[in-house]
Design a protein around this ligand. Structure first.
Ligand SMILES: O=C(CO)COP(=O)(O)O
Length: 134
């Protein structure tokens, strides 16, 4: 499965803790991230992560592009709901595309735990067996 990990600045510490806690599940999958988030995951966990551009420089849109190509299976995006983001339209667009393509999306740690436990139990296996859209 392809999983994207994204966190706004004030949520990055939480995401790192989350990634450490769920490393056994995450390491069995292909990980993608926006630039700064990805670098922190690499530095602090040693996991392999494909890094896109930083979020404000287009990283959210690059991940959105993968969703639109049916090439991304899950998004874990620890949003900061209390801080205005210069690239808020990109954030909204990414979340919207998850809804367009029915991609499992967690925007906080509580939901992210449920998603990864569900992934381990096979609840997301439909992503592997579905017909690829052209
Ligand atoms: O801004 C972000 C998501 O909207 C995250 O980007 P960075 O991981 O580059 O900080």
């Amino acid at each position: 499965m392809k999983i994207a990990l994204i966190a706004h600045d004030r949520k990055k510490d939480d995401l790192i803790q989350f990634v450490i806690a769920y490393q056994p599940i995450l390491m069995e999958n292909s990980l993608y991230a926006t630039g700064t988030t990805g670098q922190r995951i690499i530095d602090e966990t040693g996991l392999q992560v494909h890094k896109f551009r930083s979020g404000p420089l287009g990283g959210d849109q690059q991940i959105g592009s993968m969703i639109a190509q049916d090439d991304m299976d899950m998004i874990i995006f620890f949003r900061d709901p209390l801080t205005a983001q210069p690239h808020e339209p990109d954030v909204t667009a990414l979340i919207r595309l998850c809804d367009v393509y029915n991609i499992p999306l967690a925007t906080n740690m509580g939901t992210a735990e449920v998603l990864l436990k569900g992934l381990k139990e096979g609840f997301v296996d439909w992503r592997l067996i579905r017909e690829r859209r052209g």
